[in-house]
Design a protein around this ligand. Structure first.
Ligand code: ATP
Ligand code: MG
Length: 456
Protein backbone atom coordinates (compact mmCIF):
# COMPACT_ATOMS: atom_id res chain seq x y z
CA UNK A 1 0.00 0.00 0.00
CA UNK A 2 1.54 3.37 -1.00
CA UNK A 3 2.73 5.62 1.76
CA UNK A 4 0.06 7.94 3.09
CA UNK A 5 -2.95 5.91 1.91
CA UNK A 6 -3.32 4.27 5.30
CA UNK A 7 -4.12 7.57 6.91
CA UNK A 8 -7.03 8.29 4.57
CA UNK A 9 -8.69 4.88 4.48
CA UNK A 10 -11.42 4.50 7.11
CA UNK A 11 -10.29 0.91 7.74
CA UNK A 12 -12.86 0.19 10.45
CA UNK A 13 -15.80 1.40 8.37
CA UNK A 14 -15.13 -0.86 5.37
CA UNK A 15 -15.12 -4.08 7.39
CA UNK A 16 -18.56 -5.61 6.96
CA UNK A 17 -19.89 -7.56 9.93
CA UNK A 18 -20.42 -11.23 9.17
CA UNK A 19 -23.64 -13.22 9.49
CA UNK A 20 -24.24 -16.88 10.19
CA UNK A 21 -25.13 -19.04 7.19
CA UNK A 22 -28.82 -19.36 6.27
CA UNK A 23 -30.50 -22.03 8.36
CA UNK A 24 -27.62 -22.12 10.88
CA UNK A 25 -28.94 -20.71 14.12
CA UNK A 26 -27.19 -19.28 17.18
CA UNK A 27 -28.49 -20.21 20.61
CA UNK A 28 -28.06 -17.16 22.80
CA UNK A 29 -27.66 -17.23 26.59
CA UNK A 30 -31.37 -16.42 27.07
CA UNK A 31 -32.25 -19.63 25.20
CA UNK A 32 -29.73 -22.12 26.52
CA UNK A 33 -31.45 -22.75 29.90
CA UNK A 34 -34.42 -24.42 28.13
CA UNK A 35 -32.04 -26.57 26.13
CA UNK A 36 -30.12 -27.52 29.24
CA UNK A 37 -33.33 -28.50 31.02
CA UNK A 38 -34.37 -30.76 28.13
CA UNK A 39 -30.92 -32.33 27.95
CA UNK A 40 -30.76 -32.93 31.70
CA UNK A 41 -34.23 -34.50 31.73
CA UNK A 42 -33.37 -36.72 28.76
CA UNK A 43 -30.10 -37.77 30.38
CA UNK A 44 -31.98 -38.73 33.54
CA UNK A 45 -34.59 -40.75 31.64
CA UNK A 46 -31.85 -42.60 29.74
CA UNK A 47 -29.98 -43.29 32.98
CA UNK A 48 -33.10 -44.75 34.58
CA UNK A 49 -33.58 -47.04 31.57
CA UNK A 50 -29.93 -48.21 31.56
CA UNK A 51 -29.24 -46.64 28.18
CA UNK A 52 -25.64 -45.60 27.52
CA UNK A 53 -24.45 -42.54 25.63
CA UNK A 54 -22.47 -42.79 22.39
CA UNK A 55 -20.81 -39.87 20.54
CA UNK A 56 -19.79 -40.15 16.92
CA UNK A 57 -18.06 -37.68 14.53
CA UNK A 58 -20.10 -35.04 12.72
CA UNK A 59 -18.29 -35.90 9.49
CA UNK A 60 -18.48 -39.33 7.86
CA UNK A 61 -17.69 -40.87 4.49
CA UNK A 62 -20.55 -40.13 2.11
CA UNK A 63 -21.07 -43.80 1.35
CA UNK A 64 -22.26 -44.42 4.91
CA UNK A 65 -25.40 -42.37 4.33
CA UNK A 66 -25.84 -43.43 0.70
CA UNK A 67 -25.91 -47.06 1.87
CA UNK A 68 -27.52 -46.56 5.26
CA UNK A 69 -30.31 -44.14 4.39
CA UNK A 70 -30.86 -44.93 0.73
CA UNK A 71 -30.05 -43.09 -2.50
CA UNK A 72 -33.72 -42.59 -3.34
CA UNK A 73 -34.56 -40.64 -0.18
CA UNK A 74 -34.84 -36.84 -0.05
CA UNK A 75 -32.12 -36.75 2.60
CA UNK A 76 -29.50 -38.43 0.41
CA UNK A 77 -30.82 -37.17 -2.91
CA UNK A 78 -31.24 -33.48 -2.10
CA UNK A 79 -30.36 -32.50 1.43
CA UNK A 80 -26.80 -33.57 2.26
CA UNK A 81 -23.83 -31.30 2.84
CA UNK A 82 -21.30 -33.27 0.79
CA UNK A 83 -17.83 -32.12 -0.23
CA UNK A 84 -14.37 -33.45 -0.98
CA UNK A 85 -11.79 -33.06 1.74
CA UNK A 86 -8.15 -32.21 1.00
CA UNK A 87 -7.44 -35.88 0.39
CA UNK A 88 -10.17 -36.02 -2.32
CA UNK A 89 -12.43 -38.22 -0.15
CA UNK A 90 -16.15 -37.56 -0.39
CA UNK A 91 -17.32 -36.50 3.08
CA UNK A 92 -20.76 -35.65 4.41
CA UNK A 93 -21.89 -33.76 7.49
CA UNK A 94 -24.20 -36.23 9.22
CA UNK A 95 -27.86 -35.63 8.30
CA UNK A 96 -29.07 -38.02 11.06
CA UNK A 97 -27.61 -40.17 13.80
CA UNK A 98 -28.64 -43.78 13.21
CA UNK A 99 -26.22 -44.64 10.39
CA UNK A 100 -23.26 -43.27 12.37
CA UNK A 101 -24.25 -45.11 15.56
CA UNK A 102 -24.59 -48.39 13.66
CA UNK A 103 -21.27 -47.81 11.89
CA UNK A 104 -19.53 -47.20 15.22
CA UNK A 105 -21.20 -50.22 16.84
CA UNK A 106 -19.99 -52.47 14.02
CA UNK A 107 -16.52 -50.89 13.78
CA UNK A 108 -15.83 -51.34 17.51
CA UNK A 109 -17.41 -54.74 17.87
CA UNK A 110 -20.26 -53.58 20.16
CA UNK A 111 -22.83 -55.53 18.18
CA UNK A 112 -20.81 -58.72 18.65
CA UNK A 113 -20.76 -58.14 22.44
CA UNK A 114 -24.54 -58.45 22.73
CA UNK A 115 -27.58 -56.19 22.67
CA UNK A 116 -26.82 -52.47 22.93
CA UNK A 117 -29.02 -49.75 24.39
CA UNK A 118 -27.57 -46.46 23.15
CA UNK A 119 -28.50 -42.79 22.99
CA UNK A 120 -26.91 -39.80 21.29
CA UNK A 121 -27.47 -36.09 20.94
CA UNK A 122 -26.12 -33.29 18.82
CA UNK A 123 -26.29 -31.30 15.61
CA UNK A 124 -27.43 -32.72 12.26
CA UNK A 125 -27.15 -31.02 8.86
CA UNK A 126 -29.64 -31.00 6.00
CA UNK A 127 -29.81 -28.53 3.13
CA UNK A 128 -33.53 -27.74 3.40
CA UNK A 129 -35.62 -24.59 3.03
CA UNK A 130 -35.43 -22.94 6.46
CA UNK A 131 -38.72 -22.10 8.18
CA UNK A 132 -40.19 -22.39 11.69
CA UNK A 133 -39.11 -25.81 13.02
CA UNK A 134 -36.90 -26.50 10.00
CA UNK A 135 -33.24 -25.49 9.91
CA UNK A 136 -30.10 -26.52 8.06
CA UNK A 137 -28.24 -27.23 11.26
CA UNK A 138 -30.68 -28.69 13.75
CA UNK A 139 -30.34 -30.88 16.81
CA UNK A 140 -31.60 -34.31 17.67
CA UNK A 141 -31.66 -36.55 20.68
CA UNK A 142 -31.98 -40.16 19.64
CA UNK A 143 -32.13 -43.67 20.98
CA UNK A 144 -31.05 -46.92 19.32
CA UNK A 145 -31.68 -50.46 20.60
CA UNK A 146 -29.41 -52.81 18.64
CA UNK A 147 -29.93 -56.56 18.88
CA UNK A 148 -33.54 -56.54 20.10
CA UNK A 149 -36.27 -58.28 18.09
CA UNK A 150 -39.11 -58.63 20.59
CA UNK A 151 -42.16 -56.39 19.99
CA UNK A 152 -41.72 -55.27 23.60
CA UNK A 153 -38.50 -53.50 22.59
CA UNK A 154 -40.52 -51.37 20.14
CA UNK A 155 -42.88 -50.52 22.97
CA UNK A 156 -40.13 -49.77 25.47
CA UNK A 157 -38.45 -47.42 22.97
CA UNK A 158 -41.74 -45.63 22.32
CA UNK A 159 -42.55 -45.44 26.04
CA UNK A 160 -39.19 -43.79 26.80
CA UNK A 161 -39.87 -41.07 24.20
CA UNK A 162 -43.44 -40.60 25.40
CA UNK A 163 -42.53 -40.39 29.09
CA UNK A 164 -39.71 -37.95 28.38
CA UNK A 165 -42.06 -35.62 26.50
CA UNK A 166 -44.71 -35.93 29.25
CA UNK A 167 -42.15 -35.24 31.97
CA UNK A 168 -41.02 -32.10 30.12
CA UNK A 169 -44.63 -30.94 30.22
CA UNK A 170 -45.41 -31.00 26.50
CA UNK A 171 -49.15 -31.33 26.06
CA UNK A 172 -51.39 -32.04 23.08
CA UNK A 173 -49.23 -34.75 21.57
CA UNK A 174 -50.44 -37.61 19.47
CA UNK A 175 -48.66 -40.91 18.88
CA UNK A 176 -49.25 -42.20 15.37
CA UNK A 177 -48.45 -45.81 14.68
CA UNK A 178 -48.18 -48.02 11.64
CA UNK A 179 -46.49 -51.18 10.51
CA UNK A 180 -44.45 -51.41 7.34
CA UNK A 181 -44.30 -55.21 7.56
CA UNK A 182 -41.40 -57.21 6.24
CA UNK A 183 -39.39 -56.56 3.10
CA UNK A 184 -41.45 -59.28 1.37
CA UNK A 185 -44.68 -57.54 2.40
CA UNK A 186 -43.39 -54.25 1.03
CA UNK A 187 -42.15 -55.72 -2.25
CA UNK A 188 -45.57 -57.30 -2.81
CA UNK A 189 -47.39 -54.11 -1.83
CA UNK A 190 -45.07 -51.92 -3.84
CA UNK A 191 -45.90 -53.78 -7.06
CA UNK A 192 -49.61 -53.49 -6.30
CA UNK A 193 -49.37 -49.79 -5.43
CA UNK A 194 -47.34 -48.96 -8.54
CA UNK A 195 -49.86 -50.80 -10.72
CA UNK A 196 -52.70 -48.75 -9.21
CA UNK A 197 -50.84 -45.43 -9.30
CA UNK A 198 -49.80 -45.94 -12.94
CA UNK A 199 -53.51 -45.89 -13.80
CA UNK A 200 -53.83 -42.47 -12.13
CA UNK A 201 -50.43 -41.08 -13.07
CA UNK A 202 -51.84 -37.81 -14.52
CA UNK A 203 -53.46 -36.92 -11.17
CA UNK A 204 -50.16 -37.18 -9.24
CA UNK A 205 -48.06 -34.13 -8.43
CA UNK A 206 -44.73 -33.96 -10.35
CA UNK A 207 -42.69 -35.00 -7.29
CA UNK A 208 -44.82 -38.09 -6.81
CA UNK A 209 -44.66 -38.94 -10.51
CA UNK A 210 -40.91 -39.04 -10.16
CA UNK A 211 -41.10 -41.18 -7.02
CA UNK A 212 -43.21 -43.72 -8.88
CA UNK A 213 -39.97 -45.03 -10.37
CA UNK A 214 -37.60 -44.42 -7.46
CA UNK A 215 -39.41 -44.70 -4.12
CA UNK A 216 -43.17 -45.26 -4.61
CA UNK A 217 -43.95 -45.87 -0.92
CA UNK A 218 -42.88 -42.30 -0.19
CA UNK A 219 -45.81 -41.10 -2.33
CA UNK A 220 -48.05 -42.10 0.59
CA UNK A 221 -46.21 -39.42 2.58
CA UNK A 222 -46.84 -36.69 -0.04
CA UNK A 223 -47.88 -33.33 1.39
CA UNK A 224 -49.77 -32.44 -1.81
CA UNK A 225 -53.54 -32.30 -1.01
CA UNK A 226 -54.66 -33.57 -4.47
CA UNK A 227 -52.31 -36.52 -4.21
CA UNK A 228 -53.57 -37.20 -0.69
CA UNK A 229 -57.19 -37.12 -1.94
CA UNK A 230 -56.33 -39.56 -4.72
CA UNK A 231 -54.58 -41.91 -2.27
CA UNK A 232 -57.80 -42.36 -0.27
CA UNK A 233 -58.78 -44.93 -2.89
CA UNK A 234 -55.39 -46.65 -3.18
CA UNK A 235 -54.66 -50.17 -1.91
CA UNK A 236 -53.18 -50.12 1.61
CA UNK A 237 -50.13 -51.86 2.99
CA UNK A 238 -52.24 -53.26 5.83
CA UNK A 239 -54.14 -55.41 3.32
CA UNK A 240 -50.88 -56.78 1.89
CA UNK A 241 -49.38 -57.84 5.24
CA UNK A 242 -48.53 -61.45 6.00
CA UNK A 243 -50.24 -62.90 9.10
CA UNK A 244 -47.00 -62.91 11.12
CA UNK A 245 -46.50 -59.18 10.43
CA UNK A 246 -50.08 -58.46 11.43
CA UNK A 247 -49.71 -60.43 14.67
CA UNK A 248 -46.48 -58.66 15.53
CA UNK A 249 -48.16 -55.30 15.08
CA UNK A 250 -51.10 -56.35 17.26
CA UNK A 251 -48.62 -57.35 19.99
CA UNK A 252 -47.13 -53.83 19.90
CA UNK A 253 -50.59 -52.25 20.07
CA UNK A 254 -51.69 -54.45 22.96
CA UNK A 255 -48.55 -53.67 24.96
CA UNK A 256 -49.05 -49.91 24.42
CA UNK A 257 -52.60 -50.26 25.68
CA UNK A 258 -51.34 -52.05 28.81
CA UNK A 259 -49.03 -49.09 29.44
CA UNK A 260 -51.97 -46.73 28.87
CA UNK A 261 -50.05 -44.86 26.16
CA UNK A 262 -52.67 -43.52 23.75
CA UNK A 263 -52.02 -44.01 20.04
CA UNK A 264 -53.81 -43.73 16.72
CA UNK A 265 -53.24 -46.03 13.79
CA UNK A 266 -52.15 -44.17 10.69
CA UNK A 267 -51.93 -46.51 7.67
CA UNK A 268 -50.37 -43.68 5.62
CA UNK A 269 -47.40 -43.28 7.93
CA UNK A 270 -44.19 -44.24 6.16
CA UNK A 271 -40.81 -43.13 7.41
CA UNK A 272 -38.65 -41.21 4.97
CA UNK A 273 -35.73 -43.58 5.35
CA UNK A 274 -35.47 -46.88 3.47
CA UNK A 275 -34.23 -49.09 6.27
CA UNK A 276 -37.41 -49.11 8.33
CA UNK A 277 -39.71 -52.14 8.55
CA UNK A 278 -42.48 -53.32 10.91
CA UNK A 279 -43.26 -50.69 13.55
CA UNK A 280 -43.06 -47.07 12.41
CA UNK A 281 -44.22 -44.20 14.58
CA UNK A 282 -44.32 -40.45 14.90
CA UNK A 283 -45.18 -38.23 17.81
CA UNK A 284 -46.87 -35.13 16.45
CA UNK A 285 -48.32 -31.89 17.76
CA UNK A 286 -51.12 -29.86 16.23
CA UNK A 287 -49.33 -26.70 17.44
CA UNK A 288 -46.35 -26.96 15.08
CA UNK A 289 -48.05 -26.15 11.76
CA UNK A 290 -46.56 -27.97 8.80
CA UNK A 291 -43.54 -29.17 10.84
CA UNK A 292 -45.76 -31.28 13.08
CA UNK A 293 -43.47 -34.20 13.93
CA UNK A 294 -41.45 -33.87 17.13
CA UNK A 295 -40.19 -37.43 17.27
CA UNK A 296 -40.04 -40.17 14.67
CA UNK A 297 -38.74 -43.67 14.66
CA UNK A 298 -39.30 -47.33 14.16
CA UNK A 299 -37.73 -50.66 13.50
CA UNK A 300 -34.77 -51.05 11.12
CA UNK A 301 -33.88 -54.75 11.17
CA UNK A 302 -31.99 -54.59 7.86
CA UNK A 303 -29.61 -51.71 8.54
CA UNK A 304 -26.78 -53.32 10.50
CA UNK A 305 -26.34 -55.96 7.79
CA UNK A 306 -26.66 -53.29 5.08
CA UNK A 307 -23.67 -51.55 6.64
CA UNK A 308 -21.54 -54.69 6.78
CA UNK A 309 -22.42 -56.02 10.24
CA UNK A 310 -24.04 -59.29 11.31
CA UNK A 311 -27.85 -59.62 10.98
CA UNK A 312 -29.09 -57.54 13.94
CA UNK A 313 -32.67 -56.52 14.64
CA UNK A 314 -32.96 -52.93 15.85
CA UNK A 315 -35.38 -50.19 16.80
CA UNK A 316 -34.89 -46.50 17.53
CA UNK A 317 -36.14 -42.94 17.32
CA UNK A 318 -34.95 -39.37 16.96
CA UNK A 319 -36.46 -36.30 18.50
CA UNK A 320 -36.11 -32.80 17.03
CA UNK A 321 -34.85 -30.40 19.70
CA UNK A 322 -35.88 -27.19 17.92
CA UNK A 323 -39.49 -28.36 17.55
CA UNK A 324 -39.55 -29.47 21.17
CA UNK A 325 -38.25 -26.06 22.27
CA UNK A 326 -40.94 -24.37 20.14
CA UNK A 327 -43.62 -26.46 21.88
CA UNK A 328 -42.27 -25.68 25.32
CA UNK A 329 -42.20 -21.93 24.64
CA UNK A 330 -45.77 -22.02 23.31
CA UNK A 331 -46.83 -23.81 26.49
CA UNK A 332 -45.25 -21.06 28.54
CA UNK A 333 -47.43 -18.39 26.94
CA UNK A 334 -50.45 -20.39 27.97
CA UNK A 335 -49.36 -20.30 31.60
CA UNK A 336 -47.61 -23.67 31.83
CA UNK A 337 -44.55 -24.00 34.05
CA UNK A 338 -41.85 -21.54 33.05
CA UNK A 339 -38.42 -23.00 32.39
CA UNK A 340 -35.73 -22.25 34.95
CA UNK A 341 -33.74 -19.11 34.24
CA UNK A 342 -29.95 -18.92 34.23
CA UNK A 343 -28.70 -19.11 37.81
CA UNK A 344 -27.45 -15.96 39.54
CA UNK A 345 -24.07 -16.01 41.29
CA UNK A 346 -24.02 -16.47 45.06
CA UNK A 347 -21.41 -13.77 45.50
CA UNK A 348 -20.44 -10.65 43.56
CA UNK A 349 -16.89 -9.44 44.25
CA UNK A 350 -16.58 -5.64 44.27
CA UNK A 351 -12.97 -4.48 44.21
CA UNK A 352 -10.78 -1.39 43.80
CA UNK A 353 -7.12 -0.40 44.00
CA UNK A 354 -4.05 -2.25 42.79
CA UNK A 355 -3.82 -4.38 45.88
CA UNK A 356 -7.57 -4.88 46.31
CA UNK A 357 -8.04 -5.90 42.68
CA UNK A 358 -5.20 -8.44 42.75
CA UNK A 359 -6.45 -9.89 46.01
CA UNK A 360 -10.04 -10.09 44.63
CA UNK A 361 -8.91 -12.26 41.72
CA UNK A 362 -7.44 -14.70 44.21
CA UNK A 363 -10.35 -14.58 46.68
CA UNK A 364 -12.92 -15.17 43.91
CA UNK A 365 -11.04 -18.27 42.84
CA UNK A 366 -10.77 -19.58 46.39
CA UNK A 367 -14.51 -19.05 46.95
CA UNK A 368 -15.21 -21.23 43.90
CA UNK A 369 -12.86 -23.91 45.29
CA UNK A 370 -14.30 -23.97 48.86
CA UNK A 371 -14.29 -27.60 49.97
CA UNK A 372 -17.56 -27.59 51.95
CA UNK A 373 -19.77 -25.37 49.82
CA UNK A 374 -18.23 -24.00 46.62
CA UNK A 375 -19.75 -20.61 45.78
CA UNK A 376 -20.72 -19.27 42.37
CA UNK A 377 -18.76 -16.03 42.12
CA UNK A 378 -18.93 -13.15 39.69
CA UNK A 379 -15.83 -10.95 39.80
CA UNK A 380 -16.18 -7.31 38.79
CA UNK A 381 -13.39 -6.54 36.31
CA UNK A 382 -14.37 -2.96 35.47
CA UNK A 383 -12.19 -0.99 37.87
CA UNK A 384 -15.20 1.36 38.28
CA UNK A 385 -16.08 3.16 41.52
CA UNK A 386 -17.55 1.24 44.48
CA UNK A 387 -21.07 2.67 43.97
CA UNK A 388 -21.21 1.61 40.35
CA UNK A 389 -19.94 -1.87 41.17
CA UNK A 390 -22.45 -2.29 44.00
CA UNK A 391 -25.28 -1.35 41.64
CA UNK A 392 -24.09 -4.05 39.28
CA UNK A 393 -23.84 -6.50 42.18
CA UNK A 394 -27.53 -5.90 42.98
CA UNK A 395 -28.50 -6.38 39.34
CA UNK A 396 -26.56 -9.66 39.17
CA UNK A 397 -29.02 -11.30 41.57
CA UNK A 398 -26.21 -12.34 43.94
CA UNK A 399 -27.07 -12.82 47.63
CA UNK A 400 -23.91 -11.19 48.87
CA UNK A 401 -21.32 -8.69 47.74
CA UNK A 402 -17.75 -9.04 48.95
CA UNK A 403 -15.99 -5.65 49.05
CA UNK A 404 -12.23 -5.46 48.73
CA UNK A 405 -10.23 -2.23 48.67
CA UNK A 406 -6.49 -1.79 49.23
CA UNK A 407 -7.11 -1.36 52.96
CA UNK A 408 -9.05 -4.62 53.41
CA UNK A 409 -6.57 -6.48 51.22
CA UNK A 410 -3.64 -5.32 53.32
CA UNK A 411 -5.40 -6.46 56.50
CA UNK A 412 -6.40 -9.85 55.03
CA UNK A 413 -10.03 -8.84 55.50
CA UNK A 414 -13.14 -8.48 53.38
CA UNK A 415 -16.40 -6.54 53.79
CA UNK A 416 -19.49 -8.66 53.44
CA UNK A 417 -22.72 -7.03 52.37
CA UNK A 418 -26.06 -8.79 52.22
CA UNK A 419 -27.81 -7.77 49.02
CA UNK A 420 -31.21 -9.16 49.85
CA UNK A 421 -33.31 -7.08 52.22
CA UNK A 422 -33.89 -3.34 52.02
CA UNK A 423 -31.41 -2.81 49.17
CA UNK A 424 -30.50 0.72 50.28
CA UNK A 425 -28.69 -0.15 53.50
CA UNK A 426 -25.15 0.98 54.09
CA UNK A 427 -22.79 -1.15 51.98
CA UNK A 428 -20.26 -2.10 54.64
CA UNK A 429 -22.38 -4.53 56.59
CA UNK A 430 -19.71 -6.66 58.21
CA UNK A 431 -15.95 -6.82 58.27
CA UNK A 432 -14.40 -10.25 58.65
CA UNK A 433 -11.18 -11.99 57.85
CA UNK A 434 -10.92 -13.62 54.42
CA UNK A 435 -9.94 -16.91 56.06
CA UNK A 436 -13.09 -16.77 58.21
CA UNK A 437 -15.32 -16.12 55.21
CA UNK A 438 -13.75 -18.97 53.27
CA UNK A 439 -14.36 -21.40 56.13
CA UNK A 440 -18.02 -20.53 56.85
CA UNK A 441 -20.23 -23.60 56.54
CA UNK A 442 -23.38 -23.60 54.39
CA UNK A 443 -25.69 -22.93 57.36
CA UNK A 444 -23.57 -20.08 58.65
CA UNK A 445 -23.61 -18.58 55.17
CA UNK A 446 -27.39 -18.92 55.04
CA UNK A 447 -27.57 -17.21 58.41
CA UNK A 448 -25.73 -14.24 56.98
CA UNK A 449 -28.30 -13.55 54.29
CA UNK A 450 -30.23 -10.45 55.14
CA UNK A 451 -28.45 -9.98 58.52
CA UNK A 452 -28.80 -6.36 59.51
CA UNK A 453 -25.78 -4.06 59.41
CA UNK A 454 -23.38 -3.52 62.28
CA UNK A 455 -21.98 -7.04 62.64
CA UNK A 456 -18.33 -6.13 62.61
P1 ATP B 1 -39.84 -33.97 8.21
O1 ATP B 1 -40.86 -34.78 7.52
O2 ATP B 1 -40.40 -32.94 9.14
O3 ATP B 1 -38.79 -33.40 7.28
P2 ATP B 1 -38.10 -36.19 8.72
O4 ATP B 1 -38.93 -37.39 8.45
O5 ATP B 1 -37.17 -35.69 7.68
O6 ATP B 1 -39.07 -34.97 9.17
P3 ATP B 1 -36.44 -37.54 10.67
O7 ATP B 1 -35.35 -37.79 9.72
O8 ATP B 1 -37.28 -38.67 11.09
O9 ATP B 1 -37.35 -36.34 10.11
O10 ATP B 1 -35.87 -36.79 11.96
C1 ATP B 1 -36.49 -36.91 13.24
C2 ATP B 1 -36.91 -35.57 13.76
O11 ATP B 1 -35.90 -34.60 13.60
C3 ATP B 1 -38.09 -34.95 13.04
O12 ATP B 1 -39.29 -35.51 13.51
C4 ATP B 1 -37.97 -33.50 13.41
O13 ATP B 1 -38.47 -33.26 14.71
C5 ATP B 1 -36.48 -33.31 13.42
N1 ATP B 1 -36.02 -32.71 12.15
C6 ATP B 1 -35.81 -33.32 10.96
N2 ATP B 1 -35.37 -32.45 10.04
C7 ATP B 1 -35.29 -31.24 10.67
C8 ATP B 1 -34.88 -29.92 10.26
N3 ATP B 1 -34.46 -29.67 9.02
N4 ATP B 1 -34.94 -28.92 11.18
C9 ATP B 1 -35.36 -29.15 12.44
N5 ATP B 1 -35.75 -30.37 12.88
C10 ATP B 1 -35.71 -31.40 12.01
MG1 MG C 1 -37.20 -34.19 6.25
Amino acid sequence: MPRGTMGRLPIRAVLKSLQSLRGMVDLLPAQTPVWQRIEATAREHFRRAAIEEIRTPLLEVTELFARGIGEATDVVGKEMYTFEDRGARSCTLRPEGTASVVRAAIQHGLVAQGPQRLWYGGPMFRYERPQAGRQRQFHQIGLEFLGFADPRSDVEAIAIAWDLLMDLGVGGLSLELNTLGTLDDRVRYRAELVRWLEQHRERLDPDSQQRLATNPLRILDSKNPDTQALLAGAPTLAEALADTSRERFEAVCTALERLAIPYVRNPRLVRGLDYYGHTAFEITSSQLGAQATVCGGGRYDGLVEQLGGPPTPAVGWALGMERLVLLLSQGRQEGAQAPRMAPSPDVYVVNRGTHGAACALDLARRCRQRATAPLAVQLDLSGAGFDKQIKRARRSGARWALLLGDEEAAAGQVRLMALEGDGVSHPADRLLSQAEFLSLGPEELDGLAGTPAGGA
